[in-house]
Design a protein around this ligand. Structure first.
Ligand code: ADP
Ligand code: MG
Length: 511
């Protein structure tokens, strides 16, 4: 009997009793034919679809064969980009709404609530301050060693049997420990600095040697990264800014990425116009800017002790101010006739400069080019003169001068990566100069330039100072004493020394 009066499906066919009685009829059991060819073609279709999707929505900005960003493709080429722009706009509006709500609820009340955790863009994520705070306020840092007392020029302090000379084991040990702070920021020195650790000269020298070779190694690693295509991604905010620059006609085409480093990304671009031909340029997401991660710490380390107490917001303002100062740094160098890229425009954290090289190929770094002994000697004297001009005429120290930041183009040396340059009266200015001198001396001495001065002679030749110490430790000690003298002058007179006093003008060397 059919309990609900619905007949069994006509095609139910023979089967168990429940099937014939089932009110919804029999399930359709048509078997699906499944051949290997079908499976393969299905897979092929999936792969093709994936390829197509990848082409339309690239995850990272790879260096493309054709132009990277152009005026034509700007509006419609990437839905992802448009989506990101819309998302950013939405996030900003959402946060603004939250802020309004917050204000309304809090009114003038002394106790306030905060919706900060609900914000889409966190304060240090935003456009003007896109840094991650990875440094601490060092005002009350228990791990920070007290500044060691410097020994006066007479070579000892105290009286009678309490005399302590600069060779005193404890004083030396403390000084050595404090000096570890000057190693490259990447070099992990641990927190022994706050433990009244006394490092013997022998241990300190071994550590210093190691720190120095690590620094060189990391420069070499950076070099490798520059050539690795996997690294050539750029953050969405910079990409957006580059799009806007193309859109506004500041740049015509961005052809690809030349280099990515921990502090900057460099793109090749065409822009401007000369005789109907677009000029080659580089757009550099510049060093010292608030890049997420450690660059703020690096930047803070460069500012020196005098600025170590700045809080993050003030520091961010400093960073922006610093970027603007790059603009003027390069102008100072150009006025002195030092070959370096010309600044075209600075927009937020992107600096557009003239390109040193040709047909999208950057000029080789001094470390990569094989020069004849004559050219090597010529390059040496040119570098020596540039260092002197930089110091004397521009009142600057490059502070990252090495064969990695000098390009060989048109038969001469060009200085790049000048963004970290400081004035000689910077709290560590002379130490930076000494490091530059060491890099330059070693490079040219190894390169077979017999005339190349050693690092101490070069330092004196550039600065016009007459430091007579005949070994590196004492030499550096005198440098630090001069820096200390400058700091004291700042404290007592509220301004820096106009320049370190010298025994006359630095000698100008020539071929
Ligand atoms: P960082 O060392 O901080 O990554 P650099 O300013 O040294 O940044 O630039 C990295 C690389 O980009 C350089 O080694 C050089 O090859 C290239 N480069 C930078 N500026 C220019 C320029 N104006 N012209 C040509 N190449 C450049
Ligand atoms: Mg560099």
């Amino acid at each position: 009997m059919d309990p609900v009066g619905v007949a069994a499906a006509p095609d139910a066919g023979p089967g168990p009793a429940w099937r014939t009685k089932c009110p919804w009829g029999a399930p359709n059991t048509t078997s699906i034919s499944c051949s290997l060819a079908d499976v393969m073609s299905e897979q092929l279709a999936k792969e093709l679809q994936l390829e197509e999707e990848n082409a339309v929505f690239p995850e990272v900005v790879a260096v493309a064969e054709g132009p990277f960003i152009t005026g034509e493709n700007i509006d419609t080429s990437s839905d992802l980009m448009l989506a990101q722009m819309l998302q950013m706009e939405f996030d900003r509006e959402y946060d603004a709404q939250l802020r309004r709500e917050e204000k309304k609820i809090n009114g003038d009340s002394k106790v306030s609530i905060s919706f900060e955790n609900y914000r889409k863009v966190h304060p240090y994520d935003s456009d003007s301050s896109e840094d991650e705070v990875d440094w601490q306020d060092t005002r009350h840092d228990p791990y920070r060693a007290d500044k060691p007392t410097t020994t006066p020029r007479k070579g000892f302090i105290g009286k009678g049997k309490d005399i302590t000379t600069k060779h005193d084991e404890v004083v030396c040990g403390r000084k050595n420990t404090a000096r570890m702070e000057n190693f490259a920021p990447e070099f992990q020195v641990g927190d022994g600095i706050g433990m009244d650790l006394k490092l013997s000269n022998q241990v300190f020298n071994a550590l210093k040697q190691h720190a120095y070779s690590e620094e060189r190694r990391s420069a070499r690693l950076h070099e490798k990264k520059e050539h690795s295509t996997a690294e050539k991604a750029v953050d969405p905010k910079t990409r957006l800014l580059l799009y806007k620059m193309v859109n506004a006609g500041m740049l015509e085409t961005i052809t690809g990425c030349i280099s990515t480093g921990k502090e900057s990304v460099v793109f090749h671009a065409y822009g401007g116009n000369e005789g109907g031909e677009a000029l080659e340029q580089v757009a550099q997401r510049s060093c010292g800017c608030p890049i997420p991660g450690r660059s703020l710490a690096v930047f803070k380390a460069r500012l020196g002790d005098a600025f170590s107490n700045l809080n993050c917001r003030v520091l961010v303002v400093f960073v922006l101010f610093f970027l603007i100062s790059i603009y003027f740094l390069i102008h100072r160098m150009q006025n002195a006739g030092i070959p370096c890229p010309q600044v075209v425009i600075l927009k937020k954290h992107v600096l557009v400069m003239s390109f040193i090289g040709q047909d999208q190929v950057p000029a080789p770094k001094l470390k990569d080019v094989t020069l004849s002994s004559e050219d090597m000697k010529k390059a040496y004297y040119q570098v020596l003169n540039m260092m002197q001009q930089l110091y004397k005429e521009c009142n600057l120290v490059h502070a990252d001068l090495s064969e990695y930041n000098m390009l060989w183009h048109d038969g001469k040396v060009w200085l790049i990566d000048v963004s970290q340059s400081v004035e000689p009266t910077h709290p560590h200015g002379l130490e930076f100069l000494f490091r530059d001198c060491r890099n330059v001396s070693q490079f040219f001495q190894k390169g077979g330039v017999a005339e190349a001065l050693n690092e101490r002679e070069l330092f004196n030749a550039v600065s016009g100072l007459n430091i007579t110490a005949d070994n590196e430790v004492d030499f550096q000690e005198e440098i630090e004493a001069l820096e200390k003298m400058n700091e004291d002058h700042v404290q007592n007179h509220g301004k820096k020394l106009s320049m370190f006093s010298s025994d006359g003008d630095p000698p100008i060397y020539d071929e």
